[in-house]
Design a protein around this ligand. Sequence first.
Ligand code: HMG
Ligand code: MG
Length: 316
Amino acid sequence: MGAREVGLPMRVASPEPAGLPDQVTIWEVGARDGLQNESEVVPLEVKLEFLRRLADAGLVVLEATSFVHPKWVPQLADATELLAGLDPAPGARYPVLVPNERGLERALDAQVRDIAIFASATETFAQRNLNSGLDSQFAMFDPVVSRAVGEGIAVRGYLSMCFGDPWEGPVPVEQVVTAGKRLLEMGCFQLSLGDTIGVATPGHVEALLRAFRVAGVDVGRLAVHFHDTYGQALANTWTALRHGVSTVDSSAGGLGGCPYAGSATGNLATEDLVWMLEGLGIEHGVDLEALVATSTWMAEQLGRPSPSAVVKALGS
Ligand code: HMG
Ligand code: MG
């Protein structure tokens, strides 16, 4: 049965809508987080076509690539060529990941106006992902943020391993809040809380959001970034929405993983998110049928089916 026969879910708002936003910004990470872990290099034209189709489906924040060391993430070694070949959709933003000053130079050369730095809430992942440390990573980011902000570039801060870390186990909430506040105080306009290995559950999400609130952080500056390893991403997102979060990261078709966290699987699928938002009557701006067609096409390019439940249900 295809999308046309099923239509969209019946709109039934939450019985207690007080905590739910009217509108959610979907931060689409498919082209970056979704592809960075693919072992076979995806051709540049396929990446460009993917981004074009995602924009055509109505997504307006499209994380495009990373200016990291090409040896660390070979899949995204074509970042400069990708941005040169991009035909930006009107009104769309194409943020890129930047870890250090060298990455910022490359991003500025490519005329980027939106970047994201990515920190770790744990020592081990800071070492493995950034060749740095829980404390020393901030010295790497500081000049990046001050220069970028000075040039009028929007800087998002990611914080990984906010819930659990494969080497260190559960991560104390206070440790996450301390690291997250440092990114905001440094000048990031937004902090995306990453469940890099997908171990969070709704109660933990609630505890972390409360802790940020108690620490004086406005929930309007927080976004959530759930991987779906244990099937909790949508439940966690629902919890975050109920606590006032209105920016949600997801990847089309549920693509994704992190090359430096072996246990990380795909992100929350954008289709699964859109289905839930649609049912709740929350504005999202996405044409679900076009998005499912895009993820079905991308799955063919990658040679394996999408793990998204909604793509499976609606895809042809
Ligand atoms: P390093 O090896 O310590 O770098 O890597 P370095 O500063 O010692 O420099 C060594 C050489 O690399 C130098 O060249 C630099 O110029 C060059 P040489 O002088 O030897 O010829 N170099 C660069 N070249 C190009 N672009 C650059 C760059 N930087 C240095 N940006 C580094 C440190 C941070 C660069 C490295 O660890 C790295 O690239 N890490 C990125 C890992 C990554 O991309 N992980 C995935 C993204 S994070 C994620 O997925 C989580 C997230 O989704 C949220 C969640 O799920 O939790 C965001
Ligand atoms: Mg991620």
